[in-house]
Design a protein around this ligand. Structure first.
Ligand code: SF4
Length: 100
């Protein structure tokens, strides 16, 4: 695991989008275009390190540490409340609609 995939507290994080709730406004792709992108269907998807859109239901992408703030801000601002950031280790959501 590279240091760029580890959150400040030492936990690796991953992010996924619930496309059923995505409004397609594109805020996430503006905040973190390295992680989020709108596809031709008008919905946002996460991308892997090779810039490939991950379109499987519930697909996750690692959150690069330098982009953590942008990804968290995306989750906070997401009008659809459909961006979920969770720990890789135990799948507990740490930012997003299901976070404590
Ligand atoms: S911010 Fe949320 S609702 Fe807007 S495009 Fe991104 S995932 Fe969809």
């Amino acid at each position: 695991m590279s240091v760029q995939q580890v959150a400040p507290d030492g936990e690796a994080l991953e992010v996924w989008i619930d496309q059923d709730l995505c409004t397609g406004d594109g805020i996430c792709a503006q905040y973190a275009p390295e992680v989020f992108e709108l596809d031709i269907d008008g919905l946002a998807y996460v991308k892997d390190g090779d810039d490939e859109l991950l379109q499987a239901v519930g697909a996750t992408a690692r959150v690069p540490l330098p982009l953590l703030t942008d990804v968290v801000d995306s989750a906070k601002e997401c009008p659809g409340a459909c961006i979920h950031v969770r720990r890789v280790s135990d799948k507990v959501e740490v930012f997003g609609p299901e976070a404590d």
